[in-house]
Design a protein around this ligand. Sequence first.
Ligand code: ATP
Length: 344
Amino acid sequence: MSPAPYSVCLIPGDGIGPEVVDCGRRVLAALADGRGGPSFTFTRQAAGFDAYRQGGDSLPAAMLRAAEAADAVLVGAMDVARLPVDATQPLRALRRHFKVHASVRPARTFPGVPAPFGQIDAVVVREVTEGMYSGIEYRAGDHAACGVRMITRQASTRAARITFQQAAVRRRKVTAVHKIGALKLTDSIFLEAVERVAEEFPEVQLETRNVDACALELVRSPADFDVILATNAFGDILSDVAAGLAGGLGLAPSGCVGERRAYFEPVHGTAPDIAGQGVANPLATVLSAALMLRHLGERTAAEAIDASVADVLAAGGPRTRDLGGSAGSAEITDAVINALSGAG
Ligand code: ATP
């Protein structure tokens, strides 16, 4: 008897989200299709700006229930910029609801994709529940406003543990990023928590760097980095730098992980400039689906997807515009599915 299919909750969201999530769904479905891989059932749930515009709620309760009931969750992108200030910020609320602590963002160069700054094979771990994006902002009179950069020992410890667990099975080096000269109290808490966790992983080397120096060094010597740990906003920025070094946002996957729950999504946003045209690069989402499979324990299937993406990129086959080609999202997805037969 074949194993029960995994239930996957798809949250396509806004902009290019629905286009790229559908490509991810097609690749997952193809794993079982005559290839002997795991099988899936899919449900689609609305969240984000369109959900807010249509139903008045950017993170509907029905969506949360469906995501909780599913074995795995794949998210597209949500347009938080257009939501009014009093609306639920769906990404922040989803992260809190799922109690995920950090976004794990691998960045690696692929043969066939130009890497003018050199090879990179790194992971940026971004704390996602607090820091500069805590959501605590208030007006201070008519001409000023304040934002609170909250850093807690608990959230820093959780993100650090995820980071060291990643590093322990990689090249065993963690770079913790801070700006302690300017952010003395908050980044002291962060670094103390990181150093405490480092004691649990004596085999992993810990270095600390100022965020500005880290950005410079990432561009100058990307190969020197293994796993980078950063607070929320610094990690948001550095993961885009790492993605840029590895070929762009179209190739950058991520997984938001906690102790019990996780969800997976491309690093990129809604890309409103190309939405609806069928030209978005779906590979960041396809690679996010592979991370999701690894999380489910489906390592062979995850490796098959990774290898197929690498094959398509190396073969000099079709490419989307962001990688200098003219192919559409569907064509790239077809190429990955064709390559799966060889990888399986
Ligand atoms: P948001 O506010 O939702 O983050 P944004 O446009 O500010 O949207 P991104 O969506 O990350 O930020 O897009 C940044 C740039 O990268 C845009 O020019 C966009 O077209 C491009 N881009 C992002 N994702 C992709 C993709 N999958 N394929 C091709 N180009 C992409």
